[in-house]
Design a protein around this ligand. Structure first.
Ligand code: ASP
Length: 330
């Protein structure tokens, strides 16, 4: 029988009603007891590092969860993490960069309703997270939700209320459950190197979502506090005013000071390409400007934190950012 470590961190799945609203209150043991069939699948140990609404999670918790996985990696065949849905895609991205090339599955799940609700999605999601984790085709950092298995670098929360809350963005799903059958589409490539753990993240990354007419002087205000800027631009990408605009001048100052700027798009699918329009082409030439192509916004921000955490050197961080990791960029 396989051995799985169950890591509970809170979220709606573990929430109970209080007079101030839903808050995590259910322990990891209680979660498991609510899905007794899990005991027939595998031997489970549990830890509960947090009991948090995932809105309250950030890079500190991502580092800690990655450490828990690293320190117990040899002892278990896989890991299941119960997590709030609101920032689950960020944690999934963070673990994808901090636990790379893992042959053992690291599976995140959660739910839209508490596990103690009568009409909950929690029991199905938790059970299927374990079914996937013990299956022989399981690998890498994945999110299991509403019968879908999605790569950690490709997952996004795309619905706030429905049970099918997560989508795989611009990439096929790893697997799906058809009724009780697990149908696997993506297997771990045979030539993957051994697992590699990373410990450091640099949180000084700011995401600037452009609005038509936005003032350019926001950029110098950010400079003292951040090493990298993610510019969520329009369409395939560009900067208002192009090469002659105020935004371009401020971005040039940003880049001259040794910082990175990554362009991405507000459009949910198909990514950016700064080379297409005049408003984008000159921006692409600035040293320190990168393109996120088809990466998810969560993966972009977290990959920058990871890349900046590995090196002080902008060019090295840029190369790390551009290198495909766990199918995050095409
Ligand atoms: N606010 C909750 C959380 O992210 C939502 C959920 O889990 O569905 O922790």
């Amino acid at each position: 029988m396989k051995k799985i470590l169950f890591i509970a961190t809170g979220g709606t799945i573990a929430s109970a009603k209080t007079e101030n609203g839903l808050t995590p209150a259910i322990t990891s043991e209680e979660l498991l007891n609510a899905v007794p069939q899990v005991k027939n699948l595998c031997a489970v140990d549990t830890v509960q590092p947090y009991s948090l609404d995932s809105t309250n999670m950030c890079w500190k918790q991502w580092i800690h969860v990655a450490e828990i996985i690293r320190d117990s990696y040899a002892k278990y065949d896989g890991f299941v993490i119960a997590h709030g849905t609101d920032t689950m895609a960020y944690t999934a991205a963070a673990l994808s960069y901090m636990v790379q090339n893992s042959a053992k599955p690291v599976v995140l799940t959660g739910s839209q309703k508490s596990i103690y609700n009568r009409d909950t999605d929690a029991r199905n999601n938790l059970y299927r997270a374990f079914v996937y984790a013990v299956s022989d085709s399981a690998w890498g950092v994945q999110l299991v939700f509403d019968n879908k298995v999605i790569l950690g670098t490709r997952a996004r929360k795309t619905r706030t209320k429905s049970f099918n809350a997560f989508s795989s963005i611009d990439y096929p799903e790893t697997a799906v459950f058809r009724d009780t059958r697990l149908v696997t589409f993506l297997r771990r490539p045979a030539d993957q190197p051994p697992v590699r753990f990373y410990e450091r993240l640099e949180p000084a990354v700011f995401v600037l979502r452009l609005v038509p007419g936005m003032r350019a002087d926001i950029i110098p205000l950010l400079a003292p506090h951040y090493r990298a800027l993610v510019v969520e631009s329009f369409g395939v990408g560009g900067l208002p005013g192009g090469e002659h605009g105020e935004m371009y001048a401020r971005l040039q100052d940003w880049c001259t000071s040794g910082r990175l700027a990554v362009f991405t798009t507000q459009v949910p699918h198909e990514g950016c390409d700064l080379a297409v329009y005049e408003v984008g082409r000159s921006v692409k030439e600035l040293p320190g400007v990168l393109e996120a192509k088809d990466m998810t916004p969560e993966a972009v921000a977290v990959k920058l934190m990871w890349a900046l955490g590995q090196t002080e050197d902008r060019e090295k961080a840029a190369r790390l950012f551009e290198t495909p990791i766990e199918y995050d960029i095409m």
